[in-house]
Ligand binder design. Structure first.
Ligand SMILES: Nc1ncnc2c1ncn2[C@@H]1O[C@H](COP(=O)(O)OP(=O)(O)OP(=O)(O)O)[C@@H](O)[C@H]1O
Ligand SMILES: [Mg+2]
Length: 402
């Protein structure tokens, strides 16, 4: 069993219900989590759940270490590689479990009950606040369970927001440590890590400080300013869709103001929807809103036709002329800057994407004029609405009649 180092002990000694670990790389977060999970499994009433970003990551990061820590102890009963689950016997003879999950399968936690939930690498977890509110928080209700949020910051994201929350909510306690607080890392190793980083990376990765993410596209985006209830009287409404199956299907209803300000009122954001599920989702999304614009990703004409037929819609493919991506992004940035591109608090998936959507970097880490094609589905959906309402080269960007 690993003995906790001094800084890890400080975390262990706290009896706060929700512990937020903002720590530099290699501080010993995961090692600490294993100890805390073992303790909770043996001495607290309900089971323990550990989440990494993906299931593969959970297996790679913590499975071996967990087994190493329990096999051979008097409490060990069994483990199941397929379920990534360990069973231990508690001092009173009853059995309890620790199970590892991937954040991409967060839905599987619905309806479960836990004494402890651990979230490792919090800032990589998509739409954390929403999933916390809608799924995880309730899993801790029965046992008045605890949570351990940990990670190295990746900009002003979930860790930062939890830290802000901790100032007004006494259930939360933040622990800030750097990579240098791990006495088991050699000075040479730390120097080597530092030598390979830019100053900003060093501050973020090793000192666990908050820094603006490098190469971020929507730098202007700010939750306090851009997430709100509908700020104007809508004159028109638009439906915009970015189709996807393995990637999320993203559809949104935008309110349009008299000065063409855009506000995303509500959205759908889901992977692996069947044709029928997609149809139902879009029908529910539209409700009885009268649509003045209906636009969809032109790369998927078949999906557009299908939806039009199923629901009697008139979705038009967005014409993507050369440079339309950049034009749409620039227009969105200028609208954000003017406070004229906003979203309802329920649209957290778009907020999350906006905080991650980045330019590709060249070999010197300088941003190129091309976005990374990843986690961009809601951003694309929004961009189609923006270029439809604000496209300057009307011919090139106008909605094409089918
Ligand atoms: N209490 C401890 N006793 C002995 N070794 C430790 C202890 N805590 C951490 N270590 C060692 O320090 C290294 C980093 O630990 P760990 O992987 O837990 O850090 P981390 O903060 O999760 O790192 P990352 O940022 O890579 O996720 C590992 O080699 C681990 O074995
Ligand atoms: Mg770790």
């Amino acid at each position: 069993m690993a003995r906790l180092h001094q800084s890890q002990r400080k975390i262990a000694e706290s009896s706060s219900r929700f512990k937020v670990l903002r720590c530099g790389r290699r501080f010993g977060k995961t090692t600490y989590a294993v100890e805390e999970m073992k303790g909770a499994c043996l001495f607290e009433p309900g089971p323990v759940a550990y989440f990494a970003t993906t299931r593969d990551q959970a297996r790679d990061i913590v499975w071996a270490e967990l087994l190493e820590n329990v096999i051979g102890t008097t409490n060990y009963v069994s483990h199941n590689e397929q379920r990534l689950e360990v069973t231990l016997r508690r001092p009173d003879g009853s059995l309890n479990r620790i199970r590892l999950f991937g954040w991409e399968n967060i839905e599987t936690a619905r309806g479960k009950k836990y004494s402890l939930v651990v979230l490792d690498e919090l800032d990589s977890m998509r739409a954390f606040e929403k999933q916390w509110r809608e799924i995880i928080r309730a899993t801790l209700a029965d046992y008045r369970g605890r949570a351990l949020f940990m990670g190295t910051p990746k900009g002003y994201k979930s860790l930062y927001r939890l830290e802000k929350l901790s100032k007004t909510n006494a259930n939360y306690e933040v622990f800030h440590f750097t990579s240098f607080d791990n006495p088991f890392l050699s000075v040479e190793e730390l120097d080597e890590m530092r030598g390979e980083m830019t100053v900003t990376q060093y501050a973020q990765e090793m000192l666990a400080e908050y820094h603006k993410m490098e190469g971020l596209i929507y730098e202007e985006f700010n939750r306090d300013q851009h997430i709100k209830a509908l700020p104007f009287t809508p004159e028109r409404w638009a439906l915009s869709i970015d189709f996807g199956y393995n990637h999320p299907f993203a559809a949104g209803i935008f309110a349009i103001g008299s000065d063409n300000s855009l506000h995303l009122d509500r959205m759908v954001y889901k992977r692996k929807l069947s044709d029928e599920q997609r149809m139902n989702a879009v029908r529910d999304l539209i409700g009885d809103t009268k649509l003045d614009f209906q636009i969809g990703d032109s790369e998927d004409p078949l999906a557009i036709d299908t939806l039009n037929r199923q629901l009697g819609l008139k979705i038009q493919p967005v014409v993507k002329g050369a440079g339309s991506v950049l034009e749409g992004i620039n227009k969105s940035k200028s609208l954000l800057h003017q406070g004229r591109l906003t979203m309802d608090p329920s649209c957290e998936d778009l907020a999350w994407e906006k905080e991650n959507y980045s330019w590709k970097l060249d070999k010197n880490d300088e941003p190129l004029d091309e976005p990374v094609k990843q986690d961009d589905d809601a951003c694309d959906m929004e961009r189609y609405a923006v270029i439809t309402i604000h496209g300057t080269k009307k011919k090139e960007f106008r909605v094409r009649t089918a």
